[in-house]
Ligand binder design. Structure first.
Ligand SMILES: Cc1ncc(COP(=O)(O)O)c(C=O)c1O
Length: 450
């Protein structure tokens, strides 16, 4: 390997080893997953599907793709005859686009979760810049429970489709299913999507499926975040209720970056044709190999225990943070992630996530429901436990972690009035942040990564 590249790789390895990753969408893969992803499978072009390729030499790639599909069905316990699997999408966003491309026409209506509440860009996003917003638009963004979008269409799907977004109840920050039902009846969408990046609670797939049936809509459950927790039996499974499921393979499922689409058999051809030629030439066979290895790992009792412990850790961390006066969106969590509204701490997400990083804890800033600030400096942070659980941490380790987080936030609050660069300089030199960094290093040594 070229020394310049090797140096970068070693630096990134050291960064990962010596920091605690609390980003809810990240994880550490096993050496076997990394070996599969770095394997000779990457050399092969295999446009098409098993048994129907455009290139010669695909007999083992066919076996690989069939094995991946078999393992997806096994791990998610779906009826082999009722469900179809496509393992080729290179990312969750492309998987979602491929579902839209398969079943929708330009101009069709999609009903999905509001992005600032924790929805996802790939479900559609548009907005009107603050200065150009009408009173009605301002109200829609700040207080209404439905958002009809703005002038600036940021995502391809918002340019093509008519995206309407439902929000959470402002009092509970939970979905109000009666409201979603009324909205669906009024809007008559062609597709209803559930799922997001920062909704800390279970989603009632059964109720949404009833609503979808009542209004004649397809139902897509995007379980990008929850896939590993569903596979491990720690969260509810959507498969009895939905038409389509998409998920990423690199979050709680602990595989390489990639994605999978699952659909009821009747949509199999539409989905396959939408993926290729709709979006892809050749699939990333090395990624499919890595996903297959991750699925074998997910098909074990160890993974069952792992996925349950991810949630126990998140709940324990949430309870410890509450004791320190942190305000958790929706009051807690049913899964691997916590969203913290920092309003009562008087310091916002951008400074807090940087303060935590200087102390060795990697997180991300995030908007909170009914956010009044900009997404560049929003009111919240999101914390997740998949990676620290892979490191071997348990609920009893969460109080030490909560103490470190709380102490770092207190230091950040002290210097909150400084400009961002001055704030960062001040914290870099602050002895308390240095002490917290040392504590984090010790935890990392105690719970090493592979
Ligand atoms: C709910 C949801 N859907 C889709 C995606 C997109 O996945 P990718 O980053 O692989 O495009 C994400 C990623 O965070 C997600 O959280």
């Amino acid at each position: 390997m070229h020394t310049k590249l090797l140096k970068l790789l070693e630096k990134e390895q050291e960064r990962q080893k010596s920091t605690l990753d609390l980003i809810a969408s990240e994880n550490y893969t096993s050496k076997s997953v990394r070996r599969a992803v770095g394997s000779v499978f990457m050399h092969k072009y295999s446009e098409g599907y098993p048994g129907a390729r455009y290139y010669e030499g695909n007999e083992f790639i066919d076996d690989l793709e069939n094995l991946a599909i078999k393992m997806v069905k096994k791990v998610f316990k779906v009826d082999d005859k009722a469900w179809h699997v496509n393992v080729q999408p290179p990312s969750g966003s492309i998987a979602n686009l491929a579902v839209y491309n398969a079943i929708l026409k330009p101009g069709d209506k999609i009903l999905a979760m509001y992005l600032p509440d924790g929805g996802h860009l790939s479900h559609g996003w548009s907005y009107t810049p603050t200065k150009e917003r009408t009173k009605k638009e301002k109200e829609e963004m700040e207080s209404s429970m439905v958002y009809y979008g703005g002038k600036k269409k940021l995502t391809l799907n918002s340019k093509i489709f008519n995206v309407v977004q439902y929000k959470t109840d402002p009092k509970t920050n939970l979905f109000d299913y009666d409201f979603i039902r009324k909205l669906a009846k009024k809007e008559k969408p062609k597709l209803i999507i559930t799922g997001g990046t920062a909704y800390p609670r279970e989603i009632d797939y059964k109720i949404i499926s009833e609503i979808a049936k009542e209004v004649g809509a397809y139902y897509l459950a995007d379980v990008a975040h929850e896939a590993g927790l569903i596979a491990g039996g720690a969260m509810n499974s959507p498969f009895d209720y939905v038409d389509f499921v998409t998920f990423t393979t690199h979050k709680t499922l602990r595989g390489p970056k990639g994605a999978v689409i699952m659909c009821r058999n009747e949509y199999a051809d539409k989905i396959d044709r939408s993926v290729i030629p709709g979006f892809l030439g050749g699939p990333l066979n090395h990624t499919i190999a890595g996903i297959t290895q991750a699925l074998f790992e997910a098909d074990t009792n160890e993974f069952k225990e792992y996925s349950a412990r991810i949630i126990r850790n998140a709940k324990a961390l949430g309870e410890e943070l509450k004791k320190k006066g942190f305000d958790l969106v929706s009051g807690g969590t049913d899964k691997h992630l916590l969203v913290i509204d920092l309003t009562n701490k008087k310091v916002l997400g951008k400074k807090v996530s940087r303060a935590l990083y200087l102390a060795g804890i990697v997180s991300n800033k995030t908007t909170v429901p009914y956010e009044k600030k900009s997404p560049i400096n929003p009111s919240g942070i999101r914390l997740g436990t998949p990676s620290i659980t892979t490191r071997g941490m348990h609920p009893e380790n969460m109080s030490e972690l909560a103490n470190i987080i709380s102490d770092a936030v207190d230091v950040a609050a002290e210097f909150r009035k400084l400009k961002f660069t001055e704030f960062q300089e001040e914290l870099e030199n602050d002895y308390r942040i240095k002490e917290l960094r040392e504590k984090v290093r010790k935890i990392c040594d105690q719970f090493p990564i592979e």
